[in-house]
Structures are given as structure tokens and as C-alpha cells.
Design a protein around this ligand. Sequence first.
Ligand code: BMA
Length: 320
Amino acid sequence: MSECCDLFTRYGGNPILTARDLPYKANSVFNAGATVFDGDILLLLRVEDYRGISHLTVARSKNGVTGWQIDPVPTLMPDVKHHPEEIWGIEDPRITRIDELDLWAVLYTAYSKAGPLVSLATTRDFKTFDRLGVVMPPEDKDAALLPVRFNGRWAMIHRPVSNFASIGAHIWISFSPDMKHWGDHQVLIPARNGAWWDANKVGLSPPPLKTDRGWLVLYHGVRETVSGCIYRLGLALLDIENPARLIARSDEWVFGPQETYENKGDVDKVVFPCGWIEDGDDIKLYYGCADTSIALATAKKQDLLDWLEKGGKQENRSGE
Ligand code: BMA
């Protein structure tokens, strides 16, 4: 069955990257961050080795589709000596270009003995990285920075999980004067309830995209079923001046697992984007498939905004 309006078009040559494309042995490559660097589209791949531990590796391409140049060795390995919280790997990077600081900020999941948490590193060349360490304690993941300050403060979107499971895992926003000390925590996009596609657990997917109507958000919803979870994607819009204000949210998911490479893998029925790139009026969405490979889908930015404005503006009807 096709999703609402087929807003996204899959690239015919999907998946665009698998473990076989890597210059070294690995189990899987998925959930990549994305940015434009030095005229190339740069993906920061999550690579899982044969121990089950993930690290990050750079892949670059002129057209963002083919001809990927992949670093011959892992670009960013867990640094357990200085960062014991990275003991079970580093995962799911989200990259934000910060013009004011002339650098890229990478938020990633560090898999610590106390659970997954959010760590921050910055880079200017995607060769060397400055680790700023843990910015959100466990359990927390699916984090990205917004590229500008709001009244002098940086904003981070993330997804803490409470032990009080009955209330669900929601998307939050927090603010900081220095990217190190975070506060003013607020729920931004709550998980819905019951039969909804995004019931009980939601999380940010790529970093929000600046548009003339607000910050465009793509988020994932996790539907639990008797045969496992289904990861699907929905849209939301945040106020451009105050990103803590949710303007719109889609009722229906806009993208979900359909193809074999999305339905079958180490974890079935998962589409999991950590990066998207603006390419003129188009958006290139890079998404992990079934925790096994990386695929590409494209959409028109205007179509996403129009659809959200018409059909997606249903926050008054949010699930109870
Ligand atoms: C989430 C994250 C992702 C993963 C997904 C499906 O919780 O850990 O890295 O792709 O589960 O397994």
C-alpha cells in the first residue's frame, strides 16, 4: 500500500550503500548523518562491526547518489579511554552546520553501561573531532541541534525515555547558553496513544530544516505489534522564532517500510533517516533500512509543507 500522496520517491537503485561497499569488514551500514562539505554530499555512516559495536565513517559523493568515496578506516571510533560512556559504541549521528561558529556539530548516541545517552562532537574537516562529551544522561537519543541561537540560546531536540513507561517516550526541546549546560526542558511532540502509528514512542529523525513557514521536522513513530515494531515517519512544523512552539503535525505517516530492503534485515520493518539535504527545491532523504543498509528518497520541500498545511494540521485532534 502506498503512503499518503507518495510525497517521497525512492531512488530506483536503492539501497545506495551496503556493508559490501565498505573498504573494510563490517556487518551493516545504516542510519547516516548528512551534510554538504567542500562541494560534496557527505554522509557520516553508522557502521556496525562483527562484535555488534558501532562506529562512524565518512562517505562522500559529488551527486549524493553514486560514486561514494568511503574512508579506508573508521573515521570516528568509540574513545572508551576518555569517554567510558562510549563502551558499547557510537550510533545514529545527526549533523548540523553552525555558520556562526564555522563548524559542524554532531550529536550522536553513545551506548553506555547505563543505557543510550546523547554526546556532542564538533568538527571543521570531518577528519578530526572535538568531543564535548555527554550532553544528556541516559536514557536519551535521537538528538539534533538547531543551526542558530534563539534569544542567545542554542536549542536541542532529543528524546528522553522515562521508566514510567505508561506515559510514553516523547520528543523534547532544551536550551543552552554554551551547548554544554542544558535546561528549560519542554515536551515538544508527544507520542500519541492507542492504535496510532506514532503511539507510545516517537523520536526526531534528521535535524529540522529551516523553511519560510517554520522549522520542518521529520520524526519517527514506533508502532508495537505482535510481530515486532514498525518504524514510520511523520511531519511536523515548529515556529521559526520559537521552536518550542509546535505549529502543525501530520496525522498520517508519510513514509514507512514497503520495499524488501526496508522490510527485511537485522531489524525488520525499519526506515530510519538521520540526515536530509536541500538540493534546490528538492530534499534528498538518506535513511537506514532494516538496520542493514542505506537508501535514498527524494521529495519536493514545497509538497511537504503544502501537505502539512492542508492535511497535517490536526493538532487539535491529537490522540488521547
Ligand atoms: C532505535 C535506534 C536505531 C535503530 C532502531 C531500530 O531505537 O536504536 O538505531 O535503527 O531502533 O532498531
